[in-house]
Design a protein around this ligand. Structure first.
Ligand SMILES: [Zn+2]
Length: 346
């Protein structure tokens, strides 16, 4: 079967790998779509993502949906043919621990398509993927796989917005950076009751997508658009770039909050932190997600407009072109690899 495998910096291959067998306590999923994430782009280009270096061939992909193909020993369901999203995390639960939340912050867990573990945790851009039964999230009938592939990044946005608690309902919000995660943040903010959401970006296409998923105002920063100072109750930084964080600090009102949703570069960063302190701005960190994948599936089922975030679909044989498109923020929002034929389309 085919898989999208990174071997070294700039060395991404579509290659034949052995088919897995259905694991005891788990299932084989025939992967239909896999979204390309910023972390996948880092792995493809640099064979590294933040602190995690690729030291053996790594199949990429953690935003995965498909159809249950085969059940392993001891598994009674969901049955063969069930359309599913896959929870990419296998948290390392503490012995005897019972509370179901907060596990995403524990060290030592695994995540699909990640070099954070040795051996690496192989990812989902492959035709057949073995997962534990507990990672499966059956999809409602009305939710096409092509939209459902947004479940993982939408869960990231929902988790981040959830960190803001009751600051969102009725708030005036700026989303700085309108790529896929920014667009999904716009949707998450609207579903959380924000009063008015402004999306800002340097490119036209991401702003179009943000508008289609519910942004009330769009600011194109490369065409003379400007974000007003101290005008927003909440600012969501969704680009992961320093200039955008500086904009966020300038644009948030005194006593407001910034959610750092984009992944910033590691190491020391020059930001005007004194302005954050003196204006009593709350700065929220966020990391992946916790239990929000179920809510993401519900939101995707209820909100057809989110389909607009998937701008490009490439067959697995064209994975190189898919990665190039995903890296081109002027031309794409979420780029998706079609790993197997889509049963919804037949
Ligand atoms: Zn992702």
């Amino acid at each position: 079967m085919k898989a999208v495998v990174v071997h070294a910096p700039g060395d991404l291959r579509v290659e034949e790998v052995p088919e897995p067998s259905a694991p005891a306590g788990g299932v084989l999923v025939r992967v239909v779509y896999g979204g390309i994430c910023g972390s996948d782009l880092h792995y493809a280009k640099d064979a590294r993502n933040g602190p995690y270096a690729v030291t053996e061939p790594l199949t990429l992909g953690h935003e995965v949906v498909g159809v249950v193909e085969r059940l392993g020993a001891g598994v009674t369901g969901p049955g063969v043919g069930t359309r599913v999203a896959i929870h990419p995390a296998t948290p390392a639960a503490a012995a005897g621990r019972t509370e179901p939340t907060g596990l995403h912050l524990r060290r030592g867990g695994a995540y699909l398509g990640s070099a954070s573990t040795q051996p690496h945790t192989q990812g989902g851009l492959t035709e057949l993927l073995a997962v534990a039964a507990g990672q499966l999230r059956p999809l409602p009938d009305g939710l096409p796989l092509r939209r459902a592939v947004l479940a993982e990044p939408l869960a990231v946005a929902l988790h981040g917005v959830g960190r803001l608690g009751d600051r969102v309902a009725g708030a005036r919000v700026l989303v700085s950076g309108s790529g896929p995660i920014g667009a999904l943040a716009v949707a998450a903010l609207q579903h959380a009751g924000a009063a008015h959401v402004t999306a800002a970006d340097l490119q036209a296409l991401p702003l179009q997508v943000a508008g289609r998923v519910g942004a009330d105002a769009l600011v194109n920063l490369s065409e003379g658009g400007r974000v007003p100072d101290e005008a927003f109750d909440v600012v969501v930084e969704a680009a992961g770039v320093l200039a955008s964080l500086r904009t966020a600090i300038r644009a948030v009102r005194p006593g407001g909050a910034i959610l750092q949703l984009g992944i910033l570069p590691a190491g020391d960063l020059p930001i005007p932190i004194a302005d954050v302190v003196s204006r009593e701005v709350a700065l929220f960190g966020t990391q992946r997600f916790d239990t929000e994948l179920d809510r993401a599936v519900e939101v995707l089922a209820a909100d057809e407009t989110l389909a607009a975030v998937v701008t490009d679909v490439f067959g697995i044989e064209d994975a190189a072109a898919a990665f190039a498109r995903a890296a081109d923020s002027a031309r794409s929002s979420k780029t998706v690899v079609r790993v197997s034929p889509d049963p919804d389309a037949s």
